[in-house]
Design a protein around this ligand. Structure first.
Ligand SMILES: Cc1cc2nc3c(=O)[nH]c(=O)nc-3n(C[C@H](O)[C@H](O)[C@H](O)COP(=O)(O)O)c2cc1C
Length: 342
């Protein structure tokens, strides 16, 4: 394509924090002509710096981006949080764990260091999710030559992002796997289709758009490009590939016929996210409070133990609505399939 991201194909490998995105996946995507993102979320700045270096050492196309979680200020009700920790105690006891009833709200820690890294060693593109940082941070990233993209989930958010000075938008439809980047985690995500959302955003702002959410086949890519997107992002389709670092429990669940649908849940992390519908969601969705990252930290040891034990019932199995199309094999093959007919 496409002056916007400078990749051969108008296809983006979405950032997937928590394991799935690896340096090997980024390399495979560069080789296949797609535009890949490294996932900076949950990571220490040092670990992110090491990954950026490794991607540079791959000597691939050189086109890649880094995705950051913008630190939030989600309020969490301390009493509701304690009650939820008590409710989860029997789940944790299965693994001999005790969950910490004190909310940890620490996400600000690493932001300055990650920003400093990206200002000292600029990368071609920086994408932001979970809201917007100080406009001065956006301006600073642009000054060192990075293009800055903001994740948005509505036309109203797109206008706010434009006014904050970003270069482009990552429009995330509600069909997307993983966390919603909505600026308002308490809002009920509507069921707008990805092509309709692209049209709404394009009508509201003039910035270039990458769109993701529920893409399963080449036809979906064509429809989204025709709707006005410059590029189409895929996440879930890459989760089972050879280069994905998703846990085996997650990979297996995506192909397990026992899982028949995805739902939006805040029970694991306190922020709405789409994943395979499992027992943990049934048991806790109605009682879980909101509040990211406090809930993320609360449930993390339990989820780590579940992933290790092959317990798909207690794990956040992030997946978009197209999960049935996620296949094993080289990630480059997924891109080749999606690019057919472009
Ligand atoms: C396992 C997983 C992890 C994700 N992690 C991130 C992330 O770290 N940052 C981000 O901006 N989006 C993240 N997302 C959302 C993707 O950027 C993208 O919106 C989504 O994958 C597109 O929909 P699809 O999964 O249906 O292809 C994640 C999605 C998944 C499935």
């Amino acid at each position: 394509m496409t002056g916007f991201l400078e990749s051969e194909l108008p296809i983006v490998a979405a950032p997937m924090a928590g394991g799935p995105t690896t340096v090997a996946l980024v390399g495979a995507m560069q080789g296949a002509g797609a535009f890949p993102f490294l996932a900076g979320g949950y990571k220490k700045a040092e670990a992110l710096a090491a990954e950026v270096r490794q991607v540079r050492e791959l000597g691939g196309s050189g086109t890649f981006g880094v995705n950051l979680f913008v630190p939030g200020t989600d309020a969490v009700d301390a009493a509701a949080f304690r009650a939820y920790a008590a409710e989860l105690a029997p789940e944790a006891a299965q693994y001999g764990l005790e969950l910490d009833p004190q909310p940890v709200v620490d996400d600000d820690d690493e932001w300055p260091d990650k920003l400093a890294l990206l200002l000292a060693e600029p990368v071609p593109v920086v994408s932001l999710t979970f809201g917007l940082p100080d406009v001065r941070d956006i301006a600073a990233l642009r000054r060192v030559g990075s293009r800055v993209l903001a994740t948005v989930t509505t036309a109203a958010e797109a206008k706010i992002a434009r006014d904050a000075g970003v270069d482009g938008l990552v429009v995330q439809a509600p069909a997307a796997g993983g966390h919603s980047g909505t600026y308002d985690p308490l809002r009920t995500l509507t069921s707008v289709s990805a092509p309709d959302l692209v049209r709404e955003v394009r009508a509201a702002v003039e910035l270039p758009v990458v769109v993701g959410g529920g893409v399963a086949r080449a036809e979906d890519v064509r429809v989204l490009l025709a709707a006005g997107a410059e590029a189409v992002a895929v996440g879930t389709l890459l989760l089972r590939t050879d280069e994905s670092g998703a846990s085996q429990t997650h990979k297996d669940a995506l192909a397990d016929p026992a899982f028949t649908e995805t739902v939006i849940t805040h029970a694991f992390t306190g922020r709405p996210a789409r994943g395979l519908h499992n027992g943990f969601i049934d048991r806790h969705e109605s009682t879980a409070p909101y509040g990211y990252p406090a809930l993320h930290h609360l449930t993390r040891p339990l989820r780590q133990a579940a992933a290790k034990a092959g317990d798909a019932d207690r794990l956040h199995l992030w997946a978009g609505t197209g999960f049935r199309a996620a296949k094993e094999g080289p990630a480059a093959e997924v891109i080749r399939e999606l690019a057919r007919g472009l």
